[in-house]
Ligand binder design. Structure first.
Ligand SMILES: Cc1ncc(COP(=O)(O)O)c(C=O)c1O
Length: 436
């Protein structure tokens, strides 16, 4: 490899294939899907593939209760209902998050209250969360972004002290661990997404789908009655006297998962442990090689966390001040020219933070007639009129949004790829003056 930067006409540092070589077991998926089609098992919940998936997922996570639904976002909606979130409540969620993490609460009439990130892990900062608690806070929503793991000890402690439920968005975090326990068996209630296709989709992927996990019987039963209309055996399953006597149509919503999606997700669940081991091994090799390169800092991990990045990827923080002020965009372009498939931050769908979406910059008349938690003119169910957010409200999140570089997570990279990525970063960092 020459030292002339590829962006200036030199040879790229990456010469091997950057595509993921691991292939999902399509034949196994087809076999199971065809079996279900032949048996006519393409609807229903509480038996068949739905029960099989829930049992296997529950065993894998190590939690008491597991409920499959049609999407990760409806899993979260059900969890907010389970936690008793309603009109006039507040839910604390990271500005470096995602709309689906809290949209279920918003549509129940709760107001999202954004919080800052820890600049090292890029995850919800517990101290900042605690400072935003009011008597209206009903839930705290840690988002395990990119399959990293939030500081669950600190957040659970805050939840306990204030009597607030922790509703985890684990859409990216199936198989991740905190202190040796899988996410889904740590907080009060955790929600997973099954969206997409492996590799690249959610860690357990079946096209579309979601899962709610909890160890709390009351939270489980509330999620069940909220959205599992006509689940087989539901009336016998309910034990809470307040809900016994509901018929099989419970509260009327039907968010159950689609069996063919669960079949594909079940195969994905079975090969998840292998993908996790490989992704962690590869990430550690990459991060070890990047650590001594000036201008970049691999994202940090809380000591009790074990994470993979299978969805969202592996983040690196860029420090322009260490490279003569070279703008982040220029640094990224140079890396791309070297053959590294980098992109920017993955939170907030391209906005620097959730707070800068139009509905939070201007407010929004959610239900018409000046009603709802984002109305700037009127109070709503005890909430004062909504005060719009503006640029500068979350300086840590906004600054990092410009400087976070993300690489895809690899399960089976071509031999030499990780080493070539490291070389590419080193080459750009050593030759930065040529880009100024
Ligand atoms: C962080 C996060 N939360 C929630 C969701 C919602 O999941 P689903 O797409 O299955 O509704 C997603 C989906 O991309 C997500 O990335």
């Amino acid at each position: 490899m020459g030292s002339k930067l590829a962006i200036l006409g030199g040879k790229p540092a990456v010469t091997v294939n950057t595509k993921e070589l691991w292939k999902r077991p399509i034949e196994e998926e087809k076999r199971l899907v065809c079996e279900l089609i032949e048996r006519g098992e393409i609807t229903g919940a509480g038996y068949g593939i739905s029960k099989e998936f829930e049992d296997e997922f529950k065993e894998y996570i190590g939690c008491e209760y597991c409920l499959t639904v049609d999407h990760g976002s409806t899993a979260l909606e059900s969890a907010y209902y389970a936690a008793g979130v309603g009109p006039g409540d507040e839910v604390i969620t990271p500005a470096a998050g995602y709309i689906g993490s809290y949209s279920g609460a918003l549509h129940m009439g709760a107001r999202p209250v954004f919080c800052e990130m820890d600049p090292k892990t890029l995850l919800m900062d517990p101290e900042d969360v605690e400072g935003r608690i009011t008597h209206r806070t009903r839930a705290i929503n840690p988002v395990h972004m990119c399959g990293k793991v939030c500081d669950m000890d600190a957040l659970m402690d805050i939840g306990r002290r204030h009597g607030i439920t922790i509703v985890e968005d684990a859409a990216h975090a199936a198989g991740c661990e905190w202190d040796g326990k899988k996410i889904g068996n740590v907080g009060d209630i955790a929600c997973f997404s099954l969206q997409g296709v492996s590799p690249g989709g959610k860690p357990v992927a079946g096209g579309e789908g979601g899962v709610v996990c909890t160890n709390n019987r009351e939270l489980y039963e509330r999620a069940l009655i909220y959205c599992h209309l006509h689940r087989r055996g539901i009336t016998e399953e309910i034990t809470n006297p307040a809900y016994r006597g509901l018929d099989a149509e419970v509260l009327g919503l039907k968010y159950r998962a689609y069996p063919l999606a669960l079949a594909i997700a079940l195969i994905s669940l079975r090969n998840l442990p292998y993908r996790i081991e490989r992704a962690i091994e590869n990430r550690e090799r990459l991060f070890k090689g990047l650590r001594d390169i000036p201008g970049i800092e691999p994202v940090h991990t809380y000591p009790k966390a074990r994470w993979h990045g299978l969805y969202g990827g592996w983040e690196v923080i860029y420090h322009p001040e260490e490279l003569g002020g070279l703008p982040p965009e220029r640094f990224k372009e140079a890396l791309k020219a070297e053959g590294v498939p980098v992109r920017g931050h993955v939170w907030a769908s391209g906005h620097p933070g959730e707070h800068l979406r139009m509905i939070y910059r201007r407010g929004f008349d959610l239900w018409g007639h000046g009603r709802g938690p984002l109305d700037t003119q009127h109070g709503f169910m005890g909430l004062p009129p909504f005060k719009p957010y503006k640029k500068g409200d979350f300086p840590i999140t906004e600054s990092l949004a410009e400087r976070v570089i993300t690489l895809p997570a690899y399960i089976e990279p071509e031999r030499g790829l990780i080493e070539q990525f490291i070389e590419a970063f080193r080459k750009v960092a050593e030759n930065y003056r040529e880009l100024l």
